[in-house]
Design a protein around this ligand. Structure first.
Ligand code: MOS
Length: 738
């Protein structure tokens, strides 16, 4: 059979197979779903951040035109606790009692015949609160703090002693602002019950998890729940949990006995589906005078909601980044009366990298050493925590290729030395170690009499190109044209798949497809094993190759027959095979690697006006085998734009007095527009990964990591101002004495 590593179709810049459907409006996103009898729900949210509801008056809303139900904590039935998933416990269910734990908490859901009627009625719900002083602010001494909440802290070697005796030491703090995931598609839920069976069209990155949550909460078997998300208008981590509005919509549908649709408004997206937490970090380094790291001590503090959980740490990758014998990490979460944060593209990793890669830059100036050279001196040839060889690592090539394309050699190492007219010019760089994640996944492939293959899996395409790369891979493995492969995903009734998240889906799904394709070929050869009429009689998978819908002998393409011929002669409509991947590092003798990267940025700064412009960014990425260069490039460009946002613009402002998010609209919350985004150069280095069946490492998130440090380091090179707080704003660039 065709070996994926000798492929032709793989890697090609094939256009998105779902492109025409999307640009013609034919792709059904969750908020597009409609059908006869659908009624509409609107949320009412709290206008205090802490306290209790003393009275909730719903009479006016109940009797408003078109209203079918007004559900609050007072009349909602008790529901079971949601399950704990690999990302932690379920979000707190807001109708459990009368307590308010954050501004914007859902306190009622109003169902009416039309969205307008529901919106009008929602305004008639009157609420009296007993308000208490909210606990706000990451430094608030009243805030409860959980230490090492995920048990992921690392203590390697003897950090305190190494720091105490180091020739050179470094000790600084960093901060990053809260940010909000803003997928273009507002999150929506359409829920309908038929008896004890629930079907939900849902904005999610993980249909299997939503299925489990809803089954648990409503006390029905998992098989009774179907979650559909054939298309999603972006997720960026917002779709990795079953948020309360989803459960409320399903509850509303159960109560009114009709299908119910809820679409979050843009402001509600800021309070309902998570955000990147605010963070502070303290970083201590010890090094020799020739630039060898002897100690890293990394403390990370993030915000979290009261009585909530948010999986993640700022320090997860720190122990893996450099060949340093002594590394300690410390994780803290500060519980505040805020909407619970969640995953947002490269959660923790983007923020942690900003601190480490800024600190190394500072160290490089202190040692008068080129920043790239400093990183090479500390290059982790093996995975530093386990000592095992990496399954792949081309970070050295990333540095070399990135530096060459960027023209790093033109950099004058002195600060404030490069200028063009009134613009100071700065060059900065950062290294990136992303970290590995893959989860078990299954897929099924069928080939029918028409010679077309159907690939099925409960995976999702959140806009990243899953349909396309799955099509390419199956076509390659089965010797079919792209037009003869149909991918069906986004449905929890299909073979179980993990989340589209953690940069893990492409590797997991490609492994499952690879396995299924192998089994399917075996199945076809089994059918003709005793078939005198088949030129493939008695052949084994190793004897054959597949081309143009035919199985034929290796090295003898004329001896063979088509899938269709085999099926027809044996009076079979189709043949199917299942495939599965269950990635387990133990016993493989290698350390599975995620992506690596090097980022190089040029900035221009007008000091008098405090203007900062990114002039260009070069990203050199090792993501193992690239399944589709065009889509991979798009991923990195999109994530780099998000990185520019994180570095220069984005900040979710939570009012320190009321806990209200003060900028929860696209008018007030700044995201990069075209004018903020310069030429973004992307180059892929490296080789297929040894651990992954198809060699894929995943690249959904690596593209954001390192952007902040590269830009901040360039700002320092241009101006001599070291900025350790994101976003980098005009006031920081103008501040005296910086
Ligand atoms: Mo991502 S934050 O794992 O969707």
């Amino acid at each position: 059979m065709t070996n994926a590593t000798g492929s032709k179709l793989l890697g090609d810049s094939v256009d998105r197979v779902d492109g025409p459907l999307k640009v013609t409006g034919g792709a059904p996103y969750p908020s597009d779903v409609t059908f006869p009898g659908l009624v509409h729900a609107v949320l009412v949210q709290s206008t205090i951040a802490a306290g209790t509801i003393s009275r909730i008056s719903t009479e006016a809303a109940q009797t408003a035109p078109g209203v079918l139900a007004v559900i609050t904590h007072e009349n909602a039935p008790a529901l079971a606790e949601g399950p704990t998933t690999p990302l932690g416990p379920s979000p707190r269910f807001p109708f459990k009692d009368n307590r308010i734990l954050h501004y914007g908490q859902h306190v009622a859901i109003v169902v009416a015949r039309t969205p307008e009627q529901a919106t009008a009625a929602a305004r008639l719900v009157r609420i009296d609160y007993e308000e208490t002083a909210p606990v706000l602010g990451i430094d608030n001494p009243r805030a409860p703090v959980s230490r090492n909440p995920w048990g992921l802290e690392v203590d390697r070697g003897a950090v305190a002693a190494a720091l105490a005796s180091a020739e050179v030491t470094y000790d600084e703090t960093f901060s990053t602002a809260a940010e909000t995931n803003n997928p273009l598609g507002p999150f929506a839920t359409v829920a309908s019950w038929e008896g004890e069976r629930l079907s939900v069209h849902e904005s999610t990155q993980w249909p299997m998890m939503v299925r489990r949550s809803l089954a648990t909460v409503f006390g029905v078997p998992e098989d009774n729940v179907r979650v559909l998300v054939p298309y999603l208008g972006g997720g960026f981590g917002a779709g990795l949990r079953t948020s309360p509005h989803t459960i409320l919509t399903a509850l509303a549908a159960r109560i009114v006995g009709q299908p119910v649709k809820l679409v979050l408004t843009r402001p509600q997206m800021f309070t309902s589906v998570g955000h990147r937490p605010q963070t502070t970090q303290r970083l201590r380094l010890g090094a020799t005078r020739d630039g060898r790291l002897v100690a890293i001590d990394h403390e990370g503090t993030s915000t979290v909601g009261t009585e909530e959980a948010n999986f993640g740490t700022l320090t997860m990758v720190t122990p893996l980044m450099y060949a340093c014998p002594n590394v300690a990490t410390h994780d803290r979460q500060v519980q505040l009366n805020i909407p619970n944060p969640g995953a947002m593209r490269a959660p923790g990793k983007a923020e942690g990298n900003f601190a480490i890669e800024s600190a190394l830059d500072e160290l490089s100036y202190g040692l008068a050493m080129d920043p790239v050279e400093l990183r090479l001196r500390n290059y982790a040839e093996v995975q530093p925590q386990s000592g095992l060889p990496w399954s792949s690592k081309a970070l050295r090539e990333c540095y070399a290729t990135g530096a060459q394309r960027f023209g790093w050699a033109r950099r004058n190492p002195e600060i404030r030395s490069m200028r063009e007219g009134r613009w100071l010019i700065g060059y900065g760089m950062a290294g990136v170690t992303f970290g590995w994640y893959q989860a078990p996944c299954r897929a099924r492939i069928s080939i029918g009499r028409d010679g077309a293959a159907h690939v099925r899996s409960a995976a999702t395409d959140i806009g990243t190109g899953t349909y396309t790369v799955a099509t390419q891979l199956a076509a390659e493995l089965l010797g079919l044209g792209l037009g003869h492969v149909h991918v069906e995903i986004g449905d929890s009734d299909l073979p179980p798949a993990p989340q589209s998240g953690g940069s893990g889906l492409a590797a997991s799904l490609s492994g499952a497809i690879h396995d299924a394709a192998g089994h399917l070929l075996e199945a076809f050869l089994d059918v003709v094993a005793d078939d005198d009429q088949s030129p493939l009689q008695g052949r084994k998978p190793g004897d054959v190759a597949v081309t143009d819908g035919r199985i034929h002998l290796l090295g003898d393409p004329s001896t063979g027959e088509t899938y269709s011929d085999i099926l027809a002669r044996h009076r079979l409509d189709e043949m199917s095979a299942d495939g599965e991947v269950n990635p387990q590092a133990a016993g493989t003798g290698m350390a599975p690697a995620g992506a690596f990267a090097a980022r190089f940025a040029e900035v221009r700064i007008d000091e008098e006006l405090g203007l900062l412009r990114v002039a260009r960014i070069v990203s050199a990425i090792d993501a193992g085998r690239i399944l589709n260069e065009k889509l991979a490039r798009s991923q990195i460009i999109g994530a780099t734009v998000m990185g520019i946002g994180m570095t220069m613009l984005e900040e979710t402002i939570i009012d320190s007095g009321t806990g209200r998010i003060a900028n929860a609209t696209f008018g007030d919350y700044l995201i990069p527009v075209n004018a903020d985004v310069p030429d973004l150069d992307v180059v892929f280095t490296g080789h297929p990964d040894e651990f992954s069946p198809v060699g894929v490492k995943g690249l959904g998130e690596v593209g954001i990591v390192g952007v902040s440090a590269a830009i901040a380091n360039a700002v320092y090179h241009a101006t001599g101002r070291r900025i350790r707080s994101l976003p980098i704003t005009i006031d920081q660039l103008l501040a005296r004495g910086a």
